[in-house]
Design a protein around this ligand. Structure first.
Ligand SMILES: Nc1ncnc2c1ncn2[C@@H]1O[C@H](COP(=O)(O)OP(=O)(O)OP(=O)(O)O)[C@@H](O)[C@H]1O
Length: 580
């Protein structure tokens, strides 16, 4: 993999604009460096007594022109580089997001969302800073420094005087390199301590009812107090370090000025340099402090962004472990699904989650899958959806190995409703019409009716336009499940998979939903995974999974007659209902 692929590719494709911006900054630097020289000449004329009114006006105009043009050119150069940096940030985040869409569930469960978010937020920002501030500051530092030195020599300041006066300032980049990362790390500690305090406050407030019922308010206060103490300690460490740094920088400037005054003042007295050169020297020393500080900044920035760039490049080069094979073909209409001798263990796990499973799901049939928790029900569905890759030849769609079918065509034809269907912070209507943005309100309402959530939605203030999430209404577990079910039904897919998607719904509502599914999806395939017998008892075939194996199969009646796991599950649930 090309380590700098992302950045070099971006710089290459935008180099003419970058070049223009760099040229603008260079010209502005040369312009700025002329300023002390003009002031020096003015001082010399003043001392010689050769100034008249016209000359004073001319000098003032020249200074004004230099100041205005220098600032305008610099601002324009800076604007261009910053704009390109922001564009880089946008393009890179977009590419990262595209990559996330390609990567498999396995990748996300291995990496964790926090880490991936930090790639998108922090790492991209660090690289952007390096290419925008980095380019600005490097150009500025190099050319302003060079222009100042050339101008100093040109103004008649002897080189040894320049060297001895600039000497103390050369410590500045080292100070920045030393203090920069330390201040940053302490600032990060403060941020983390603040985050801990917010988290603690949120938890204490969220759990205030529990604290009160257990009468443990003092413990809650103590915990919060500890989080606040953490911030104070960290803030003090930060302030100590940054105060020292902020004192040292001007101190170097003062030492340099004192040296120039001592040596330069003596030379002026002796007449080996003019008063104008001496004035120019002191002004140049002031200007030079900026670029020297920038050199240190750039070194720190480059160090920080290099690790970030590596991480972003690595992520972009990641190949998804579930992807279309080269000769993958779209499946026209999923009819029959066949599972043959399917044994599957999750990556990194030695114990198979499924063992020698065989199943024929013929078009238009309803299959029920029951089994204890951890028996492999969801795993079976994940393999059908190719969230994980099943072993070759074990899962077939219309007689084609599922590996040879394009992911997009497969997934558009399977509507999957998980137990904890995620709802987005948008309107209920948008959530239900997630896969069919152009669906009419009537169609959305019809799906809501089938999922038995219509009446609930109509009681919300803005009905189907009600927003969900932090700034909207909060749905109960059962309402969330039924909204997610309506979203699945909206897809009108040839195959509907309900993965324990009615677990938070009461038994009466569940019966209503099952009845409406039987009516509406008469000729379509439906797979119902459930812990409850009531959800699957009308299925054409019921599979009982136990420790990854098919322990029993048959219709509700056949399974009850056969005794065993299913019958005992039915008995337990009936007893449970009688006790309600
Ligand atoms: N991503 C994963 N990585 C590793 N092991 C997993 C993963 N997901 C599930 N498992 C394991 O595979 C086995 C089957 O899990 P699965 O989720 O298919 O069970 P389930 O029957 O759907 O359970 P439940 O009814 O609780 O949803 C379990 O032992 C579980 O711990």
């Amino acid at each position: 993999m090309n380590k700098t692929g992302l950045l070099s590719g971006y710089l290459k494709s935008h180099w003419p604009v970058y070049l223009a911006a760099i040229l603008l900054i260079i010209v502005s630097n040369i312009d700025q460096a002329a300023l002390p020289r003009v002031l020096g000449q003015f001082t010399d004329e003043l001392q010689r007594g050769t100034l008249d009114r016209d000359k004073v006006v001319r000098y003032s105009l020249i200074l004004l022109l230099i100041a205005v043009s220098y600032n305008l050119l610099w601002a324009l150069g800076q604007f261009i580089v910053m704009k390109l940096g922001r564009r880089f940030e946008y393009v890179t985040r977009d590419r990262l997001f595209g990559k996330f869409a390609e990567l498999s569930e396995r990748y996300f469960s291995q990496q964790g969302n926090g880490k991936l978010l930090s790639y998108v937020m922090n790492d991209v920002t660090y690289v952007r800073e390096a290419i925008s501030n980095g380019i600005n500051q490097t150009t500025n530092a190099v050319f302003l420094l060079l222009s100042c030195i050339v101008m100093m020599i040109w103004s008649g300041i002897p080189f040894r005087l320049i060297a001895i006066s600039v000497g103390p300032l050369l410590v500045i980049p080292f100070l920045v390199v030393y203090f920069g990362p330390r201040i940053r790390s302490r600032a990060r500690n403060v941020q983390e301590a603040l985050a801990t305090m917010t988290e603690s406050a949120e938890e204490q407030l969220g759990g205030i009812r529990v604290s009160k019922t257990f009468a443990i308010e003092p413990i809650a206060r103590e915990r919060f107090g500890a989080a606040v103490d953490g911030i104070t300690a960290n803030q003090l460490r930060l302030v100590r370090m940054s105060s020292l740094f902020q004192a040292l920088l001007p101190m170097m400037g003062a030492i340099s000025l004192a040296v120039s005054l001592l040596v330069g003042g003596y030379m002026t007295m002796q007449g080996s340099i003019t008063l104008g050169s001496f004035v120019a020297l002191t002004l140049y020393l002031r200007i030079i402090m900026g670029p020297l500080q920038q050199i240190g900044n750039v070194i720190n920035m480059m160090q920080r962004s290099s690790a970030s760039l590596d991480r972003v490049n690595l992520l972009l080069a990641e190949t998804p472990d579930v992807r279309d094979s080269e000769d993958a073909k779209p499946v026209e209409q999923v009819r029959d699904i066949t599972i043959r001798h399917l044994t599957f263990a999750y990556p990194g796990s030695r114990k198979p989650a499924l063992r020698d499973v065989n199943l024929d799901i013929r078009a238009g049939r309803t299959i029920g899958i029951v089994g204890k928790t951890g028996s492999g029900k969801s795993t079976l569905v994940k393999l059908l959806l190719r969230i994980y890759e099943p072993p070759e030849g074990t899962v077939l769609v219309n007689g084609m190995d599922i590996d040879d079918v394009t992911l997009e065509s497969l997934r558009t034809q399977l509507a999957y409703v998980p137990q904890d269907g995620f709802l987005f912070s948008t309107t209920i209507r948008d959530n239900i019409a997630f896969s069919r943005r152009d669906a009419s309100l009537e169609e959305v309402e019809e799906s809501a009716r089938q999922a038995m959530i219509y009446d609930n939605i109509m009681r919300f203030p803005e009905q189907f336009e009600t927003r969900l999430g932090e700034r909207g209404v909060t749905l109960s577990g059962g309402q969330r499940q039924r909204t997610s079910l309506a979203r699945g039904l909206m897809k009108e897919a040839p195959v509907l998979i309900l993965d324990d998607s009615m677990s938070a719904v009461d038994a009466v509502t569940e019966t209503g939903i099952v009845d409406s599914l039987r009516r509406e999806r008469r000729n379509k395939t439906t797979l119902i995974i459930s812990h409850r017998i009531s959800a699957v008892k009308h299925a054409d075939e019921i599979i009982v999974l136990d420790e990854g194996r098919v322990a029993q199969r048959g219709t509700h009646r056949e399974l009850l007659a056969a005794g065993g796991l299913y019958a005992s599950l039915q008995q337990l649930q009936e007893e449970g209902l009688q006790h309600v």
